[in-house]
Design a protein around this ligand. Sequence first.
Ligand code: SAM
Length: 269
Amino acid sequence: MTARELLQQVAIDRGDAEGLLANALRVNRAWLFAHRDEPVDDSCAEHFMEQARARAEGEPLAYLLGYRDFWSLRLNVNRDVLIPRRETEHLVEWAIERIDAGAQRILDLGTGSGAIALACKSERPQVEMCAVDGCQEALSCARANGESLGLEVDWLYSDWFEKVPPNYWDLVVSNPPYIAANDAHLSRGDLPAEPALALIGGHTGLESIDHIVAGAPDFLRPGGWLLLEHGFDQAELVAGLLRTKGFSKVSTRRDWSGHARMTGGQWLN
Ligand SMILES: C[S@@+](CC[C@H](N)C(=O)[O-])C[C@H]1O[C@@H](n2cnc3c(N)ncnc32)[C@H](O)[C@@H]1O
């Protein structure tokens, strides 16, 4: 069967199908287009059909391909980690602003595939970067990404701050789980396939953020910053938590779609 025929056989999004077939053939899409009337090797065709079936049943494209591009990096991903989101690139931009303003010791809490830590380290290699996760399998994925990209990060298995050195960090950045356990979004899109530990922030969704805000002052140096990603409807609540805890200069930023998706503040005490 030719590439064109294979693409016509599957009932999934055309872009996804081309991505899967190009990946199975280890070529790029331009090659696929130029060679679409040539016969495809049987084992590649079979692999593609299997993956297309899985995609039709809801398996996320990134898990099937085994990677997701984030920032300027290609990150390997699997079912142990959240698929990095474009919105999180805004958090990386904000973290880099803080680094350029003098932050040297950076802590990424809940690193998953290593997305935030590796993006910051790739842009500003001089920083000391530590990345924490409470899931060993996620940390293995992040460490492997760091090794293949040649980026040095201290990978730490810890329940949030539990094993983190106190009074040390200029910047704590985190995209923690923030979806409420009964939120209907959990059954939509890629979310059913992603790890619950990466998505669910407790009964209200804010428990992990609350825990991080409460703990951060003991770990930040005076003048240090805490930057948090959160849900589109949580900005006021997160800003409130930061102000109540005593953070200064609390502000919220919006993502590409205009949603208020990250809030941060400075610890001056
Ligand atoms: C929303 S994901 C973010 C992953 C990555 N930072 C990103 O932006 O793509 C949240 C991460 O927090 C981790 N996590 C959840 N509970 C944790 C805990 N108690 N301690 C440390 N990490 C935790 C999850 O394993 C997951 O990797």
